[in-house]
Design a protein. Structure first.
Length: 70
């Protein structure tokens, strides 16, 4: 099975260019905003995809807004 197959999106966060959470949507339970801190530290280090203990996460920059999917 290819990486990522069969996995669903838990939450989506929309963040400003300063790291502030503008919008959050949860689909499969509530995920704490502290995961956004991990993402923001990676953004400052210029890595867009990284693995944490419990999930693969993905972020994208579009028009100065970050979309962060867990």
């Amino acid at each position: 099975m290819a990486r990522g197959c069969g996995r669903m999106i838990n939450s989506v966060f929309v963040m400003s260019g300063t790291g502030e959470v503008l919008i959050e949507k949860h689909y499969r339970g509530v995920i704490s905003r502290t995961c956004c801190d991990l993402f923001w530290n990676e953004v400052l280090g210029a890595t867009a995809c990284f693995c944490v203990v419990w999930a693969w996460v993905r972020g994208a920059l579009r028009d100065g807004v970050y979309f962060y999917v867990v």
